[in-house]
Design a protein around this ligand. Sequence first.
Ligand code: FES
Length: 196
Amino acid sequence: MTENVDKSRRNLLLSTGAVGAVGAGFAAVPFIKSWLPSERAKAAGGPVKADISKIEPGQMINVLWRGQPVFIVNRTQEQLDVLASLNDRLKDPNSETAQQPEYINGTISRARKDELFVVIGICTHLGCSPKFYPDLVPQQFDSEWKGGFFCPCHSSRFDISGRVFSGSPASRNLDIPPYMFLDDNTIVIGEDQEAA
Ligand code: FES
């Protein structure tokens, strides 16, 4: 699959898709109202549902779960294809010290479905929220950038699987919450088959 996401739409997402430091409060992005959890679910801290049917390849949405931003990215085949080539540049390419469900272990895609990446959007250094840089183009912070997340607080870099690059102050890969698919269009964050 080639990356053919409309640039103007992507730029809009980039300009609005990141949130500030968690300590400063979470800025929910109203992409589509149905993606946001109900007030009752937020108050209870329980699982939240999200509609994933309208996330186009290369795009990301935010969902709030237990007061934390959860990023859901519909990855392109191009983004997936480069993952293995990045292993030598990463601190923990196989996510051996990562905080993630068992069913994620052993995969560089770190996902139940390769294309759909679900990750807690909090930097594992000091808790800022990383920004989404999906394009495989050189960036000021990385001349060999292949898509991923960049934390502006102290310049931690993560690939599109949330794996932290060597030289970043963050010590471990981004955390992955439990989740499951209710159907092709709906995901539940905070619950999985094993827990259900
Ligand atoms: S909080 Fe992200 S690099 Fe420090």
